[in-house]
Structures are given as C-alpha cells and as structure tokens.
Design a protein around this ligand. Structure first.
Ligand SMILES: NC(=O)c1ccc[n+]([C@@H]2O[C@H](COP(=O)([O-])OP(=O)(O)OC[C@H]3O[C@@H](n4cnc5c(N)ncnc54)[C@H](OP(=O)(O)O)[C@@H]3O)[C@@H](O)[C@H]2O)c1
Length: 332
C-alpha cells in the first residue's frame, strides 16, 4: 500500500507518500480500505515534536479516519466485509492512532474490531472521518464535563479550529449565547455563519476588555462576565480567562496549544468561586452520538478542504500556519 509516512521529526517536508508494508489482520482486527482521513491540532505537534509525546518512527500521519472493511480476523463477530465504519482512535494497549500506533493517511489501516463504529446511512466517509477527535472531544467537554445550559454565555477561544467549531455548534444547539474568538477576520465571518452570536478578533481586540464592556465586569453578587470559557489555548490566556468568568462560572480545558506552563492568578478562583474543569478524550458512545447528530443534521461537520493523501505534508503545514477553518480531510 501507500501511506503518508515520516521517518524523522522537524518538518512537514519529511512527510512523504510512499510504499509501506500492508497491515496484517490479527484475529481480533479488521483491515479497512480508507476512504477518508482527517487532521487535528495534534498532528503538527507530533511532526514538529513540540510536546513530550513520544512517537515511534516511522509513523503514518493521521488520527481520524473512515473506511470500508476489507478483511476481518478469525475471532471477529459483528463486523463484516463491506461495512462502512468510523475509527475510534484510542486503542487499549496500542495508544493513540497517528501518535503511538500507525495513522490513517494510508490506503489500508488495521484496527481492532472493537474500535470501529458503523457510519449511519446518509453520512459520507469525509464527514464521518472529520468527527471523532474534534467533535468527540467537544461533546464531552461541553456536555459531560461542562454541562452547558440554555441561556448561558459561553466564550470559546480559538473557535475556528476543529474542536472550536464543534464547541460553537454544540453550545448554540444547547441554547447558549456564544462569543467566538479568532485572530483572523475571514474566520470570524465564518463563525458568524456557523451561528456565533458575537465574534471577537483577538488580533485587534483584548477579549477581557470586550467581555467587561459587553457583559459587565464580574462582581460577587452582581453577575457580569460569562458563565463558561472554553480554553484549550493555554499560554498567556489563563489569567484573562479567569478575569472574565462570572461568579460561580467555569473554565473548560482540554489542551494548551500555545503552551501548558500557563500563568495563573488564583485570587480570582477563590474570590469568584470559579471551577477549572479538565476534559480529556471522549467515549465510543460519544463518537456514535456525534455520527448520529451529523447524520440527522443536528450538527454540521465543518470541512475546510479535501485533498489527496499524497499532499498530507502540505495539509499539515496549513494546520501549522493556522490558515484553515474547521477540518482538513484527506482522501487516497
Ligand atoms: N484532551 C483531548 O482529548 C484533546 C482532544 C482533541 C484536541 N485537544 C486539544 O485541543 C486543542 C485544539 O485542537 P484542534 O484539533 O481543534 O486544533 P486546531 O484545529 O489546530 O485549532 C486551531 C485553533 O487554535 C488557535 N491557535 C492555534 N495556535 C495558537 C496559538 N499559538 N495561540 C493562540 N491560538 C492558537 C487558532 O486560532 P486562530 O483562529 O486565531 O488562528 C485556531 O482557531 C489542541 O490543543 C489539542 O491538543 C485535546
């Protein structure tokens, strides 16, 4: 088969579409002919090795994917050749797809049968591939951990990415008022089209000042601010996030794209009784629910571009350059 492989870290030029051994199907596995893969914010982190993630090399790029079953192991029941399936990418004993186990930007992909989920009728492979990591993470963060409610004010930092566009849609679907932040005017336009009630250009506007001006400065017993900040940016955004959260509100955290050694001002946490709520991963059932939500139109997978897998390196560079809105999908 062919796959988008990198043999050393450091540059997206190291990602090459090349011949790679076909996967072997173990007795509990299935092999998929891939129809679509999708990229996430962690792909540049893995390729550039900007985090402590340890990736065995050579590695195939890609955490998300969807395909058609072309082989099943002798012990597999309930999954058949010809099934259209989405991959649940966290595999017990093997780790994360595209990080510690071979990724999805390949013509063929082996995965335990327990890690595939049927794609509902009416949902195409590209939409199915775009959902798992970003939309699954957003579902757990907004609902299971964040318990977003109708009428709440929700501010999403970095709203134009995969997790962000999913959070905006889920918060709107729950009846919340959404303030979406991005550093690019064209992405803010798209966020409005997606349903955001307010948009803040963080390249020209201080989001803390915007919230104080438009929602009021938080004061004990007097409200003000927003009920929830969704913050997977980290870096220098934590203190300003704490300063815009209403008394009793919360900050949801599932990552730290701009750095995990965040500054803090813990006075705000006790004074305003703010909760900092971590959220990590999502369940297989979350992923199945997102597939159903997309199939019946309750959410819309936002796909920026669909490219051939031989252009995976260029697509990862687009992610690194932040020149996209939503998801980047790759097809063989
Ligand atoms: N814990 C989990 O299970 C889990 C799962 C999935 C993702 N995550 C984390 O969630 C985060 C988002 O993932 P994603 O796939 O949605 O990523 P993504 O699609 O690459 O997100 C891009 C967004 O992040 C913003 N951004 C990127 N670099 C930035 C920087 N240096 N400073 C400020 N903003 C920056 C961009 O803002 P602009 O629009 O302003 O360019 C853009 O809106 C990542 O940190 C990822 O590791 C965690």
């Amino acid at each position: 088969m062919h796959a988008a492989v990198f043999r050393q870290h450091g540059s997206t030029d190291n990602i090459r579409w090349e011949a790679f051994p076909d996967p072997e199907c173990g007795e509990s596995d299935v092999v998929l002919r891939m129809h679509a893969a999708a990229l996430n914010g962690f792909e540049p982190m893995i390729v550039f090795k900007t985090t402590a993630l340890k990736t065995p090399l050579p590695m195939i790029v890609g955490g998300d994917g969807a395909g058609e079953v072309v082989a099943t192991g002798s012990a597999v029941t309930g999954v058949s050749v010809g099934d259209r399936v989405s991959i649940y990418p966290m595999v017990p004993g093997e780790g994360m797809t595209g990080e510690t186990r071979l990724g999805t930007c390949a013509e063929l992909h082996r995965v335990p049968a327990a890690n595939v989920i049927p794609i509902p009728d009416g949902l195409d492979y590209q939409a199915a591939a775009s959902l798992p990591i970003a939309y699954g993470t957003a579902l757990r963060m907004m609902h299971t951990r964040g318990r977003v409610k109708a009428g709440e004010k929700v501010l999403v930092l970095g709203a134009a990415g995969g997790v962000g566009t999913a959070c905006v849609q889920l918060a709107k679907a729950a009846g919340a008022e959404v303030i979406a932040c991005s550093s690019s005017a064209w992405k803010l336009e798209r966020l409005r089209e997606l349903g955001a009630d307010h948009v803040v250009d963080t390249s020209t506007t201080d989001f803390r000042q915007w919230v104080w001006d438009n929602c009021g400065k938080p004061r004990m017993g007097q409200g003000g601010g927003v009920d929830m900040v969704v913050n997977y940016i980290g870096g220098d955004t934590w203190v300003d996030s704490l300063k815009v959260i209403s008394p009793g509100g919360r900050m949801l955290v599932c990552g730290a794209t701009a750095g995990y050694e965040t500054a803090n001002d813990c006075r705000y946490i006790w004074t305003y009784e703010i909760s900092i709520v971590g959220s990590n991963g999502w369940t297989r059932e979350d992923q199945a629910e997102m597939l159903r939500m997309a199939a019946d139109g309750r959410i819309r997978p936002v796909i920026h571009d669909v490219r051939p897998m031989r252009e995976t390196g260029a697509a990862v560079q687009v992610l690194a350059d932040r020149d996209f809105f939503g998801k980047l999908v790759l097809v063989p």
